[in-house]
Design a binder for this molecule. Structure first.
Ligand code: AQP
Length: 357
């Protein structure tokens, strides 16, 4: 007689991730996040969020005011759809339409310890030298991110290198909650063990870290004031060509081997971008272009980037021309997201003893 397989986890495997609507979606967001989100949908149930509450943690020059926020929220949604994410099979919505995110984030502010939050390097990077003037929201960002994930009891999170520390904090928060309330959770019959899963990072092949075209030591970023630092997903062929041709390089020719890229961050970045867009290994790209002038390599990169990005940009432009259609996708996604989040939040209120209807 064969024994029945035992499910080791009481949770349905579920992927959660998000992108901030802070304007100027770029190649790094696409290769490092959105393209991978689309790949994951074939084997997982996915919830992809436009994290507008995160977007406002920085000054208005970053989140762009009401018009900028609406435009950027629709642009991220359009990028999800243009990348091939099926909004009927999976859930795509904007965070502020599901109030449970903010409510659980408050609970988690009371679970996380100051020492844990103080260690977050992204706060230090984003707050810069003027830390006293950063918003409390920017400091509390990782607790909101933990709520985003755990309000769906998501088990897997595709994260870039820059978000790994936040995911660790999410696991610490889940663990402390489960431990602090273990008796109450059992007493209420909510779970025989832990209430929140400890979400795992989802590594679907190496995600490239795309650097600024103006400075190979800084990551490509939506909020970089220089538009020449990034390839925006909505850039047309002329803009792509201009930006790649103007991208910073050094006076040496491209090396023929990967070891020769060491200490040459701008050259390394262009080769990384070429490799990610073409699917070729850097070594074979360098075999082909090594020893030659940057201009020859850049011309090939322009051709490749235009071929890969133009269809995505064109589809995004087509979709954003119909804001009512995008808003309807978000409203439908929010309703389905709420159907998962609301019972979890009810449980959490019950665990704490908040009186509710
Ligand atoms: N340069 C990058 N290379 C690879 N992946 C990147 N991501 C961001 N920049 C790069 C990935 O994109 C996802 C969404 O990021 P986000 O919107 O949450 O914010 P972020 O990481 O802070 O992105 P930006 O572009 O730098 O925006 P701003 O300027 O607003 O801070 C994440 O999965 C991230 O890893």
């Amino acid at each position: 007689m064969t024994s029945k397989p035992v499910s080791l986890s009481p949770y349905k495997p579920r992927v959660f991730s998000g992108v901030q609507p802070t304007g100027n979606l770029h190649l790094g967001n696409y290769l490092g996040a959105i393209k991978r989100f689309a790949e994951l949908q074939h084997a997982h149930d996915c919830i992809y969020c436009v994290v507008d509450l995160h977007a406002i943690t920085q000054g208005v020059e970053v989140w762009g005011g009401p018009e900028g926020l609406r435009r950027a929220t629709r642009e991220v949604t359009a990028a999800y759809i243009a990348a091939g994410i099926d909004t009927k099979k999976h859930i795509v919505f904007n965070q502020s339409q599901v109030v449970e995110h903010a409510e659980l984030a408050w609970i988690f502010n009371c679970i996380a310890r100051m020492g844990w939050a103080n260690r977050m390097t992204q706060f230090k990077e984003k707050a810069g030298k003027d830390r006293e003037n950063a918003s409390v929201g920017l400091f509390a960002y990782p607790m909101l991110m933990a709520a985003d994930i755990l309000v769906y009891r998501a088990t897997h999170v595709p994260v870039g290198d820059d978000q790994k520390q936040h995911l660790e904090l999410t696991r610490d928060i889940a663990q402390k909650f489960n431990f602090d309330f273990a008796d109450r959770i059992r007493e209420l019959g909510l779970s025989s063990g832990e209430y929140f899963p400890l979400p795992e990072p989802l590594i679907a092949g190496p995600a490239p870290r795309v650097m600024s075209l103006r400075d190979g030591s800084k990551k490509m970023s939506k909020s970089d004031p220089s538009d020449y630092s990034r390839l925006n997903l909505t850039d047309d062929a002329d803009a792509i060509a201009q930006k790649v041709r103007k991208a910073k390089t050094d006076p040496e020719p491209l090396p023929s081997e990967e070891a020769g890229l060491k200490g040459r961050p701008e050259a390394e970045n262009l080769v990384t971008i070429f490799a990610a867009l073409s699917g070729e290994a850097p070594a074979s790209i360098l075999q082909q272009y090594g020893g030659g002038q940057f201009s020859t390599f850049k011309n090939a990169l322009v051709e490749l980037a235009v071929a890969k990005l133009s269809p995505v940009g064109a589809e995004m432009r087509r979709l954003t021309a119909d804001p009512a259609m995008i808003d309807a996708v978000l409203a439908d996604g929010a309703e389905r997201a709420r159907a998962i989040a609301a019972p979890v939040m009810r449980d959490v209120r019950e665990i704490y003893g908040f009186i509710q209807e």
